[in-house]
Design a protein around this ligand. Structure first.
Ligand code: RB5
Length: 148
């Protein structure tokens, strides 16, 4: 798969490790930065990555900031994005299986690099269970998104 990865300054070190790991799993990684540890603004990177996912330039996205929350909030403002913040592998799997999440976020100040790798692996390997109640609920989320 083609995976976009983005982060703010808090996530830079972990990003490089995770990008290399995703590549080792056989995926193509598009790194859109930041590659610096100088303070920057996570909404810019989250939204840029999310637009690439929403426009289907890539299959899925991985986001990293200090907590994972700020960058996921920005990504979730882009229409069609379903980004979940995960600190464990079960959630990472379930957001694909049940929520058809197309992006995952985690916090470099929250999870260590080995756990972060397992989280990403769980997310990338899981598949949407499709149809039925899960699709119905995702359609309900899309309807809320279309209210404005
Ligand atoms: C940056 O210091 C920090 O606020 C950011 O990385 C993130 O944790 C925000 O949600």
């Amino acid at each position: 798969m083609k995976i976009v990865i983005a982060n703010d300054h808090a996530g830079t070190d972990l990003k490089f490790e995770i990008a290399e790991y995703i590549t080792s799993l056989g995926h193509e990684v598009i790194n859109i930065g930041t590659d610096s540890k100088e303070s920057c603004h996570y909404p810019e990177f989250g939204a840029k990555a999310a637009r690439m996912v929403a426009n289907k330039e890539v299959d899925l996205g991985v986001l990293i900031c200090g907590t994972g929350v700020g960058i996921s909030l920005a990504a979730n403002k882009i229409k069609g994005i379903r980004c979940g913040v995960c600190s464990d592998t079960a959630t990472a799997r379930l957001i694909r299986q049940h929520n058809n999440a197309n992006m995952i976020a985690f916090g470099a100040r929250i999870v260590g690099s080995e756990l972060a790798k397992d989280i990403v692996k769980s997310f990338l390997e899981a598949e949407f269970e499709g149809g039925g109640r899960h699709q119905q609920r995702i359609d309900m989320i899309s309807a809320i998104e279309n209210e404005n």
